[in-house]
Design a protein. Structure first.
Length: 373
């Protein structure tokens, strides 16, 4: 009887121990839902915190990742844990680049969360609906700008989200010729208020006949007095055919460049004889008073023939008198009044005497016909 009671007691104790152990396991085994970037995994976790659940699920998180609840929070049976990985988003808006971290899964969500400005009509380098993977993404946003474009004589206002002047022209269907110019340069970034001008450039070839000017060659001549000159060979201009390349900008001639030249008629140089013979010195004793000085008489006869046709008493009323065509003031300035009030009233010899006085002072410079000397 006693033995039977002991056996029953042992059996009851064993059953109680097993029941107590099952109760303890039930306390630590928790069924949780773990969602990582939208992917749901249901699992059992023997642990007490979110970190235990992440470890059980093989999920490692960093400083830019979002975990809800936080890793140090307790979990219960039926807990739901959400993990969203952080993505690096590099965004360039109108030439200004910034780096962001986001847990958004698409470009559109990221832009909305980060407040990235993109106006209506903006150009994005990737679609708004594009997914944002853990590797991150670089995004370029070009907002529309108000610009003006002048081309073919007309100026128009445009709203564009193109990146450069070249892109703008392409978008507008403006084709550039081989020599056309764009101001500013085609690689200039588009900015608000930018003024773009297209200059149509045309190169034209033109041929013209032009003068080839003759040169003057001076030759010494010992048979003529110093100060005398005489044309031995008249100069004759030549000609040449010249080819020019003309630059026309928007219908107006900007400039030209000589590209070829052919002489069709050579120029004939002018040969000028220049006297080198010393000028005779007039005797000082016969330069004033009534004394006559007939030095160089032959020379004065030649000059008189040119000046007045050799008429020593000519008075045409032009203000110049006598064979050597003295003006009234010049005649008196060298003592012409010694003989007469005007040169035409004096004799040939007297006029030659006065001419020698002026010659002693100024040489042959006063006479237009000095070449005849």
């Amino acid at each position: 009887m006693i033995t039977s009671l002991i056996g029953r007691a042992a059996t009851v104790g064993a059953v109680a121990a097993i029941a107590l152990t099952g109760f303890g396991v039930a306390q630590f085994d928790k069924a949780v839902d773990l969602t990582v970037d939208g992917q749901l995994t249901s699992m059992h976790v023997f642990g007490s915190t979110v970190a235990d659940a992440l470890a059980k699920g093989g999920v490692t998180v960093g400083e830019h990742d979002l975990v809800v609840p936080a890793p140090d929070q307790a979990i219960e049976d039926g807990s739901a844990i959400v993990v969203r990985y952080g993505r690096k988003l590099t965004v360039t808006v109108d030439g200004v680049t910034s780096d962001y971290w986001t847990t958004a899964a698409t470009v559109d969500q990221a832009m909305s969360e980060l407040g990235i400005r993109a106006l209506a009509g903006a150009t994005l380098s990737v679609s708004r609906s594009a997914g944002l993977g853990r590797e991150g993404l670089s995004l370029t946003v070009i907002n529309p700008h108000q610009v003006t474009v002048t081309v073919d004589g007309a100026t128009r206002a445009e709203s564009t989200s193109t990146a450069t002047v070249a892109d703008l022209l392409a978008a507008l269907g403006i084709t550039l010729g081989q020599h056309d110019r764009v101001v500013p340069a085609a690689d200039t970034a588009i900015a608000e208020g930018l003024a773009v001008a297209v200059q149509r450039v045309e190169l034209r070839t033109r041929t013209a006949t032009e003068k080839v000017a003759f040169k003057t060659i001076r030759k010494d001549d010992a048979t003529m007095s110093k100060g005398q000159t005489k044309v031995e060979t008249p100069g004759v201009n030549g000609s040449r055919n010249v080819t020019y390349t003309e630059t026309w900008v928007d219908g107006k001639l900007e400039g030209k460049t000589e590209t070829a030249s052919t002489v069709t008629k050579p120029a004939t140089d002018k040969v000028l004889l220049v006297g080198t013979k010393p000028v005779p010195t007039v005797s000082a004793g016969n330069t004033s008073g009534t004394g006559l000085n007939l030095a160089n008489a032959a020379m004065w006869d030649r000059i008189a023939k040119c000046e007045s046709g050799g008429n020593w008493h000519i008075n045409t009323g032009n203000g110049y008198y006598g064979g050597l065509q003295f003006s009234y003031s010049t005649w008196l300035s060298v003592g012409g009044a010694d003989f007469a009030q005007r040169a035409d009233l004096a004799s040939r010899e007297e006029q030659i005497t006065v001419a020698n006085r002026l010659y002693a002072q100024r040489g042959l410079q006063p006479w237009g016909c000095r070449w005849a000397a």
